[in-house]
Design a protein around this ligand. Sequence first.
Ligand code: SF4
Ligand code: SF4
Length: 285
Amino acid sequence: MSALAPPRPLEGAISWNMNTTCNYRCTYCTQRFKDDRGKWAKDVDAYIAFFASLEGRWEVKLSGGEPFVHPRLEDVVAGIARAGHRVSVVTNFSAEREALTAFREAAGEQLRIFSCSLHLEYVPDLEAWLDKVTWLQAALPAAATLNVHSVATRASLPRLDAIRAAHERRGVVFKVQPEKQEGRVIAYAPAERDAVLALGGHNLLGEVAPSFEGLPCWAGARYFILDENGDAYRCYPARRRRKERLGNVLDGTFALREDARPCPYDYCNCTVPIERGMMPRAEKT
Ligand code: SF4
Ligand code: SF4
């Protein structure tokens, strides 16, 4: 398949898995087999210096593990904002309101997307959850957005339509993410697959398992993922396969590519570059 790459994105994006630490142990967590779930990016000042060295404006999306258990989260956020980049975060939203307020204040007007993962195994009271979500949404700067997403497990799928409706009644965007095992979407039955699509598909993209194989993608040049050790890869499928490593941002070996290159992977779960238009969207038949 051939297609032209979309225009070079003006703003780059980084998904930083800043720690493996988490206060939850979700049964479907893709990191639950990691040997060490207590690691975090320790050399915060070196990371901030790296972000400050990047040319142009970038969006740094913080994830983990759970970013709010990182002991220096506020310093990280303030440093990224000071460098002129924008800050997004994906969190299990278990942090106290005081910590959420401190995060919002540290990011200031540089806050872009606040993404809350609804882990139903840990949220017995949906109304209390919605109260907290709408409280934060009302306090965000005008340029920032908030969304809630939840993993569509076989157990939760029958509940998700009502849960989506409850969010929409409160003015909150709700998305589902298909469950993954070992880097692949689980083998949903046809009716389950239809239910996931009826909920908007993977992060409202209208597909269960997006693929851009063979198409040019700016990941590696205008997007990359960064782990808690400073290692950078083109995107999540690249990291999973330990391919297309871009070096390490702490030891001086990091180098971005210049151009968009064809995607060699048959499944793309990288919502950040998809939503930011870094590859052509294939025609659906
Ligand atoms: S909150 Fe996220 S990182 Fe933590 S256990 Fe659940 S899925 Fe894994
Ligand atoms: S898997 Fe997605 S982000 Fe990675 S190269 Fe392919 S299209 Fe780009």
